[in-house]
Design a binder for this molecule. Structure first.
Ligand SMILES: [Zn+2]
Length: 114
């Protein structure tokens, strides 16, 4: 859900700015004196594009700031075995475990045995 909101924000940012730039270009191509309605329409469209882009940027920044890449410290690490089955490694930080370890010696996450 978080990643979807972040993607939505980025899409709104890129799409909104793209729309705004396109509409600005269209407004520049029509002469304001001769086609005042078209000019105003394109300028309004550009404004909407900027607003959507700004909203998208806000969503993206908010989601990015409130959704750090690191999982919460309470999320357990999962042991993964090497092909030889001799050693196990933390699924989060990759540190090696001893079979008796309850917590990862490197990142401190609780070990969840599969
Ligand atoms: Zn670890």
């Amino acid at each position: 859900m978080k990643a979807d909101a972040l993607a939505l924000g980025v899409i709104m940012l890129v799409g909104g700015l793209g729309l705004a730039l396109w509409a600005e270009e269209q407004a520049d191509s029509v002469t304001r004196i001769v086609y005042p309605e078209e000019y105003d329409n394109y300028k309004s469209l550009a404004l909407i594009g900027y607003l959507v882009g700004a909203l998208g940027a806000g969503i993206a920044v908010y989601e990015f700031a409130s959704n750090p890449a690191k999982p919460s410290p309470r999320s357990p690490a999962i042991l993964t075995s090497t092909p030889t089955g001799q050693k196990t490694f933390c699924s989060y930080c990759g540190a090696g475990f001893r079979p008796i370890d309850v917590r990862c010696p490197a990142c401190g996450r609780k070990v969840l045995r599969e």
